[in-house]
Design a protein around this ligand. Structure first.
Ligand code: DQA
Length: 141
């Protein structure tokens, strides 16, 4: 699940976000997911309510979740509450190293709700997240 401003990923600061488009990133993630014997589905929106409503439906759609909510990560209690209700194994990913940037980016509303937080590894962070999910679900074990 990709949150706000990921639809224009290729226009964002390449030194933080790698310069690739969301569809390129998602193609890469899909390849890694298939290698890990997972079937990915993707979702992106710039609208917080839509993100929340997708989380409401998520238990009917998926067994686990990789979430990069972008800036919402740092302040949306509504999204955190919805992730808690979804109650699926979730891994939080950030392309950039949020710990090494502004103080406000160090705060995550998902603390305590995710199995793992992976930050600063670029696209490879998603590969790591998929491995965590596969392990959590016992896929390929
Ligand atoms: C981000 C980090 C956030 O602080 C930022 O607002 C984003 C992207 C990342 O992937 O590094 O939109 O989640």
């Amino acid at each position: 699940m990709h949150g706000v401003n990921f639809d224009i990923l290729e226009r964002r600061d390449a030194s933080f976000y790698g310069g690739r488009s969301l569809s390129e990133l998602e193609h890469q993630i899909a390849r890694w997911a298939r290698e890990a014997k997972l079937e990915p589905i993707f979702f992106q929106t710039n609208h917080e309510g839509e993100f929340v409503e997708y989380l409401h439906r998520l238990p009917d759609l998926a067994d686990a979740c990789v979430i990069n909510a972008g800036a919402w990560t740092h302040y949306s209690r509504a999204i955190a509450d919805a992730l808690g209700v979804a109650a699926l194994p979730a891994v939080e990913v950030h392309l950039s190293d949020v710990e090494a940037r502004e103080d406000w980016r160090k705060v995550s509303v998902f603390d305590g709700l995710v199995v793992e937080k992976i930050s600063g590894k670029g696209a490879d962070g998603y590969r790591e997240a998929l491995d965590v999910i596969a392990r959590e679900l016992g896929v390929g074990a």
